[in-house]
Design a protein. Structure first.
Length: 365
């Protein structure tokens, strides 16, 4: 197989592709999704599936063959352990002075062994690579003090240091502390890190999923995907990146985002809409459409006053909040103009804020 693809999907713990009950595994789901994707990408798509067990790898190969994938799909099943197999591939690329193509790496281990932090860092050293990692925090918490030194050794490898063992003396929620610690560790090698929880019908955390990337657009697309996820029967996803502000997808979010925006911008004057939008995209669980919906509510409640003139000189349409871009600028100067009282959300009755104004709006509008 020629490893010069435009886009790579990497499944580090692929499994057999289909299980005894006929349920498709992650490799089949990925291939089927790519086949039916509305974008109809013309670029070559490479799928690398790593599976340790030979019987499962062989079964997966047969399942893939039965799918009859397009010629633009290049698939390969590697039989071997995830970490040494991927390390060998990266070493070979480095020796030949080739860079890893844009890669979405899904790392879903059966437990916590075999996912060394140094390998995560090596993947993210490639700026167009992204990680999606399953984090089995309950198992890690349970096995921190295992007498077999190999078990704590796997935990040490996953975090890349001895910090997880510091929670042994904690009187708090050790699982939550371990999750936050792993998020911070990923934050040392990626600009954007989000953690998602899967909860059961009793609201118990089943496991965490971590997304890590250096790419703004990749981060935004991941959030868009998670907001589209339908509840899985008795299970539900939530964004748990901020432990003090958990956001459950498919549930009401208006008050949470309202409070967040006011807290972030109420001390500023003539704040650009683009700035608010960038904050929402980069540093919250929400999307620009949520921002606009909340601004509409705030404006209708008289809590914000929005400039009526856009940066192009035209009148702003009612209930629209354009984030215009100035020529030659990555982030443009569209802004909202607010000089209104906010009488709730923990602000004194007389508090006046200036946020979100339009760049070309006159000072007296």
């Amino acid at each position: 197989m020629s490893w010069k693809p435009r886009v790579v999907f990497l499944d580090g713990f692929a499994g057999p592709g289909r299980y005894e009950g006929g349920e498709p595994g992650s490799p089949i789901i990925a291939l089927e999704s790519a086949k039916t994707h509305k974008a109809k990408l013309s670029e070559e798509l490479a799928f690398l599936f790593i599976e340790e067990r030979k019987d499962r790898a062989n079964y997966l190969s047969k399942e893939i063959e039965a799918l009859k994938c397009p010629d633009s799909f290049k698939t390969k099943v590697e039989c071997g352990e995830f970490a040494p197999t991927l390390t060998a591939i990266l070493d070979k690329l480095a020796e030949s002075d080739h860079k890893l193509a844009p890669t979405f790496a899904m790392i879903d281990p059966f437990g916590f062994a075999g996912i060394p932090f140094e390998l995560m860092k090596r993947l993210l050293d490639n700026p167009n690579c992204e990680l999606f990692v399953s984090f089995m925090v309950d198992s890690i918490n349970r096995w921190l003090e295992h007498p077999d030194p190999a078990i704590p050794g796997h935990i040490r490898d996953a975090f890349g240091n001895d910090e997880p063992f510091a929670v042994l003396g904690s009187n708090g929620d050790r699982a939550a502390e371990l999750t936050e610690l792993y998020r911070k560790r990923l934050g040392t090698i990626a600009r954007f890190v989000r953690s998602f929880e899967l909860r059961d019908k009793n609201d118990r955390v089943v496991y965490h999923l971590f997304f890590a990337s250096k790419n703004r657009l990749g981060h935004l697309k991941m959030k868009e995907a998670m907001w589209k996820v339908d509840p899985l029967g008795d299970f539900s996803f939530s964004d748990a990146t901020n432990p003090d502000q958990q956001v459950f997808f498919k549930r009401a979010y208006e008050d949470t985002l309202k409070a967040d925006l006011v807290r972030q911008f109420d001390k500023m004057a003539d704040v650009l809409i683009e700035r608010v939008e960038r904050y929402v995209e980069d540093d919250t669980a929400f999307l620009p459409k949520h921002m606009r919906e909340v601004l509409k509510v705030l404006e209708s409640e008289g809590r914000v006053c929005v400039a009526e003139v856009k940066s192009d000189g035209n009148k702003r349409k009612k209930n629209t909040y354009p984030a215009d871009r100035a020529s030659g600028e990555e982030s443009g100067p569209s802004r909202i103009a607010n000089a209104c009282e906010i009488k709730s959300l923990n602000h004194p009755p007389s508090t006046r804020v200036h946020w979100i104004a339009n760049a070309s709006a006159p000072k007296d509008w």
